[in-house]
Design a protein around this ligand. Structure first.
Ligand code: MRU
Length: 350
């Protein structure tokens, strides 16, 4: 199984691929403190909704092991670990998977109170590994269902990166492309570059070309002409949170792509695990949207300035696609279609 998050078994750290260095270098970070783990999520070294959840679970398990000797008293130890969990949860606000995975780890802590320390540490590690393994089979199922919506030879478009490095295996939106390629199908994928941090240019083209998928990079503002020329038969995107009515938060620019797709009559598919569905958000207006430092816009991917240093910037990292623009939401439990308030409720109950 492809895995970009690992325990350094026997060591004191979590090992994670630093996505800010891709595609130029494949460098792994070795992280052992809460601050290092928080920073890795906040700086997008590890990114993508499922991947940050998996990583946070690994971080909790490893930090618990590292800090255990300093807190002999169980009450102090569990209070400290809950504090670390809250701290990691605050590293990014939009992807609900982060909080979902941390709540699972907190559930294990609750169940372990009163048990021996070694048992607790082993249970936390087992839970992190289970979250990762479950995500791999969930992504495989999403890929399979997503592939059932596509035909060999189609042109596809995607935004940001929802591939294996954003999950544990295959990915969500890139899953059908990767699975299709394994089966000898030929898709032609257009990857939006995804300003300002270029996840499409740096990560999606890296993953797809490595897997032998035919991929062409375009600037975000080129999606309309590509669709007007009939080059795209379906849009596939991942997401960070789905509200109960089907409104969907994903990387900034996704809603614009959906509006263009609607104009040209191109189906727009959102792919995600059910852990990304947040029934406590009634609509997209309830989803917290991360706002990042404007320097990300003024500086071309952390290097050369591309705007006057003094110009103000507005840098929301995500936007919400209205459910009316979404053809289907593909999850591991099935494909949901409008009316989403009913189909999502049914899938979450099931
Ligand atoms: O800011 P990022 O790079 O973490 O944004 C990621 C996305 O928008 C992805 O599409 C989403 O998390 C799904 S990843 C399977």
């Amino acid at each position: 199984m492809y895995s970009n998050v690992n325990f350094d078994l026997g060591g004191n750290c979590v090992r994670v691929l630093d996505q800010t260095r891709l595609p130029n270098e494949e460098v792994y970070l070795h992280l052992s403190t809460p601050e290092e783990c928080y920073d890795a999520i906040a700086r997008l070294c590890v990114r993508g909704a499922p991947a940050i959840g998996i990583f946070a679970a690994f971080a909790i398990a490893q930090i618990a092991r590292n800090e255990s000797p300093s807190h002999e008293d169980d009450a102090v130890f569990f209070a400290r670990m809950r504090q670390v969990s809250e701290y990691l949860a605050s590293s990014r606000p939009t992807a609900v998977n982060l909080r979902w995975a941390l709540r699972r780890m907190e559930g294990v802590m609750g169940a372990c109170e009163g048990r021996g320390r070694e048992d607790t540490l082993a249970a936390l590690q087992a839970e992190a590994l289970a979250i990762q393994a479950e995500d791999a089979s969930i992504c495989e199922r999403i890929s399979e269902l997503g592939l059932s919506l596509l035909e060999d030879g189609w042109g596809l478009i995607t935004h940001c990166n929802a591939g294996a490095i954003a999950t544990s295996a295959y990915g969500t939106a890139l899953g059908p492309m990767l699975l299709g390629a394994q089966r000898g199908m030929q898709f032609h994928v257009y990857a939006d570059e995804t300003r300002p941090l270029l996840q499409g240019a740096r990560l999606t083209t890296y993953e797809l070309s490595k897997a032998g998928v035919d991929v062409t990079l375009i600037c975000d503002n080129m999606a309309s002409i590509v669709m007007s020329q009939g080059k795209v038969q379906a849009c596939l995107v991942g997401c960070d949170r789905v509200a109960a009515n089907g409104d969907t938060a994903n990387k900034i620019g996704t809603s614009g792509l959906a509006i263009i797709a609607h104009h040209y009559g191109v189906p727009f598919y959102v792919m995600c695990p059910t852990s990304t569905i947040d029934m406590s958000c009634a609509s997209g207006g309830d989803i917290p949207i991360e706002e990042r430092n404007g320097d990300e816009i003024k500086t071309m991917f952390y290097s050369r300035p591309v705007a006057p240093a003094s110009v103000p910037c507005y840098n929301p990292a995500f936007d919400v696609t209205d459910h009316s623009l979404i053809t289907a939401i593909v999850t591991e439990k099935g494909i949901c279609r409008a009316p989403y308030d009913q189909s999502l409720a049914a899938i979450m109950k099931g």
